[in-house]
Design a protein around this ligand. Structure first.
Ligand code: TRP
Length: 440
């Protein structure tokens, strides 16, 4: 499928440590699935199981969670044909890229990562060694996340507020890499959807596993009813008017109901609906939406081999992008085949800071004006035909320099593996062009 420049790539990962709950559904799964159906959107959703290893050392739990999360997304309508849905650990280029990025990441920047700093602060408060019980995995978390994003040159990354800093770091790392090795990475933008309200949990605080106040998304009907009965309310008696403001029950209802239904419940609150009846309404409303999904979920959960096959097919799609991109990056950093001609280091070193790189204009003995595009070592990457005047040649250079960065990069992204000389040359040209257009 030819991608047009207006296609926006969205990417997001879900850490595989828990069982999806209603808060995940309302805040992430439901809007993402809807969004993935839009035109001009290319979506990548993946199960971040390498990230899971950072906080979970229970193998069975990771496996179980991976299955549950995959089944959840599929049951909720994610179309694996339309999106790229894969498991992080099926893409070996991700840890490889993580290492490349590690080597350009400032340690000082990682020291400032919220999750790491919180762990250190906790230790300091207890008068313990600052890095007590802190794994290097936790420290490297933002770099692994950067690799997830940069591997597919995502434009937009929908995440929760707590992840904003990771996106800033990803941009920082990408920029450093680009400065050193050429414009390989798109700088991703964070997307925070403020319209998606945070769902309160059973106790009224944000629904979150860490507060132990969640309602599992696909809990069986009777359990769902029981859990909903446990949502905190105030002690107003039946007949007494009730406040919608600050009512967890009301907010949860709102996340599932239409405008009209919400208005109706508002009216019932004012008229003093009994809490028990309000809970019954909420239960029925949630179950109306969830029941068909739950049925699909149960079918999927009964066929784990099917899910495995779906994920492997997704990995293949992802791999078709990550593999060629990674060989391009390997080239860029100098992990290269020795058979393709190694340049003497001294020469390269002398010509760093682009003494030779860029467009060069000159006149030939035929009296015509030419230009070429040179790489750092002064090798010719592009050669123009002859022009009557230097102005004409200059204008063409100018036009090439107007090429938007993203456009040039998007071509580079779509090149085939660079293991042969022609493709390698082509990717070098694009790299140099990207540089020359960026340097104006
Ligand atoms: N760190 C994210 C979270 O906890 C999960 C994640 C891992 C992710 N890799 C990602 C999200 C890449 C977006 C993009 O929510």
């Amino acid at each position: 499928m030819a991608s047009s420049p207006s296609i926006t790539r969205y990417l997001t990962g879900i850490t595989t440590t828990g069982t999806p709950h209603l808060g995940n559904y309302v805040g992430s799964v439901r809007p993402s699935v809807q969004f993935s159906r839009h035109d001009n959107v290319q979506s990548f959703y993946f199960l971040a199981d390498y990230h899971a290893l950072i906080k979970c050392d229970e193998p069975a739990r990771i496996q179980r969670s991976t299955l549950e999360i995959a089944a959840t997304w599929l049951a909720c309508g994610l179309d694996p044909e339309r999106v790229t849905f894969y498991r992080q650990s099926d893409i070996p280029e991700i840890p490889e890229l993580t290492w490349f990025l590690t080597c350009v990441s400032a340690k000082g920047m990682l020291n400032r990562a919220h999750a790491y700093k919180a762990a250190v602060d906790k230790n300091l408060a207890k008068n313990e060694d600052p890095d007590n019980d802190v794994s290097a995995g936790l420290f490297m978390y933002p770099v692994l996340m950067g690799a997830d994003i940069l591997m597919f040159n995502a434009h937009k990354v929908p995440v929760g507020r707590d992840q904003v800093q990771h996106l800033e770091m990803t941009r920082d790392i990408a920029q450093r890499f680009n400065n050193l090795y050429g414009e390989h990475f798109t700088l991703p933008e964070v997307v925070i959807d403020d319209a998606v309200a945070l769902l309160p949990g059973l106790d009224g605080r944000k629904m979150s596993k860490s507060y132990d106040n969640t309602i599992p998304l696909f809990t069986p009907r009777p359990q769902l009813q029981k859990l909903i009965a446990g949502i905190v309310t105030d002690s107003r008696a039946p007949g007494e008017p009730k406040d919608t403001e600050g009512s967890a029950l009301f907010q949860i209802y709102q996340a599932f109901a239409s405008e009209d239904e919400t208005q109706a419940l508002r009216g019932a609150y004012a008229e003093g609906i009994a809490w028990g009846d309000a809970k019954q309404l909420l239960f029925e409303r949630i179950d109306r939406e969830i029941a068909p999904l739950r049925e699909r979920y149960e079918t999927l959960m009964a066929e784990p081999a099917q899910i495995e096959a779906t994920l492997l097919a997704g990995a293949e799609k992802a791999h078709a992008l990550s593999q060629p991109f990674m060989s391009r990056l390997r080239q860029a950093v100098g992990l290269r085949s020795l058979a393709t001609g190694a340049k003497p280091v001294a020469k390269a070193a002398k010509s760093t800071k682009s003494t030779k790189a860029g467009f060069k204009q000159y006149r030939e003995r035929d009296g015509l004006f030419y230009f070429k595009l040179l790489d750092e070592q002064g090798s010719t990457l592009l050669q123009s035909r002859g022009f009557q005047t230097p102005q004409e040649a200059g204008r063409v250079i100018g036009e090439m320099q107007q090429l938007p960065h993203d456009l040039v990069n998007s071509f580079a992204d779509r090149l085939e593996p660079v293991d042969n000389e022609v493709a390698l040359a082509a990717s070098k040209v694009l790299e140099a062009l990207a540089k020359a257009t960026g340097d104006q």
